[in-house]
Design a protein around this ligand. Structure first.
Ligand code: SF4
Length: 237
């Protein structure tokens, strides 16, 4: 799997390779079971039921790193943060920030396009209870590492959505940028900021999950502040 990720020559190649990954037995079972049983509201739809590739600009200066696809969101539609409440909140914010051409993301063919931005997840298959194991995170890491390597020439800032994504970023420093991660690791927090000399800056943001957005822990204004800061650090107008 490491070799498959490493030989992807470009993002299209990588997207094709990752979509055909079966490396984690528990997650393969889960993504396929969800696709078979489906949620009542989507019973007439054919679920994607595969790993979900990254999405967005190949020359991204800003990246958004999530945890994993949602069972009835990305695992259904085949596009990350598409067709679920988390995506509704995220893309509305990206649209307000001028980084998305529309405020909604409902299906892979809905015309959504991102400017200067790429979105990907630390784990590419939907996990039960949104909780991948450490072994699954590590198994999936080469896909993330290759994706970052492919956009490395332009990438300046990474927004980590939640503590899982924040923790998943540190191995990227070693694997892609050849630098030692800071020790001790900076703690995750909303608005946390780390910057090195050769690697992109890292910004922490509470995850756009319903748990956070429905309770007011993460508000649209807080997201707007994070993306304004990310754009400034990335040099995006
Ligand atoms: S989580 Fe990642 S490594 Fe595991 S099966 Fe899915 S794509 Fe492959």
């Amino acid at each position: 799997m490491v070799a498959r990720a490493a030989r992807a020559a470009d993002l299209a190649d990588l997207d094709g390779e990752v979509s055909d990954c079966f490396a984690c037995p528990r997650l393969v079972d889960w993504r396929e079971e969800v696709a078979r049983t489906r949620r009542a509201a989507f019973r007439d739809q054919r679920y994607w039921g595969r790993p979900v590739p990254g999405f967005g600009a190949a020359d991204a200066r800003l990246a958004i790193l999530g945890l994993a696809p949602a069972a009835h969101g990305g695992n259904r539609t085949g596009r990350i943060f598409t067709g679920d409440r988390s995506g509704d909140v995220l893309f509305a914010a990206l649209h307000r920030a001028g980084l998305a051409n529309q405020p909604t993301s409902v299906a892979a063919d809905d015309g959504l396009a991102l400017r200067d931005t790429r979105i990907f997840a630390a784990v590419r298959c939907a996990p039960p209870d949104n909780k991948p194991t450490p072994a699954e995170r590590d198994t999936c890491a080469p896909w993330l590492h290759r994706e970052v390597a492919l956009i490395r020439p332009t990438l300046r800032v990474v927004v980590a959505l939640g503590a899982f994504a924040w923790a998943a970023w540190w191995p990227v420093l070693r694997e892609v940028y050849g630098v030692r991660p800071p020790s001790p690791r900076p703690a995750f927090g909303h608005g946390a900021h780390w910057s090195g000399t050769t690697a992109p800056a890292l910004l922490g943001c509470y995850h756009v999950s319903q748990q956070n957005t429905f309770t007011g822990r993460l508000t649209p204004g807080m997201l707007d502040d994070v993306f304004a800061r990310a754009k400034q650090l990335a040099g995006v107008d």
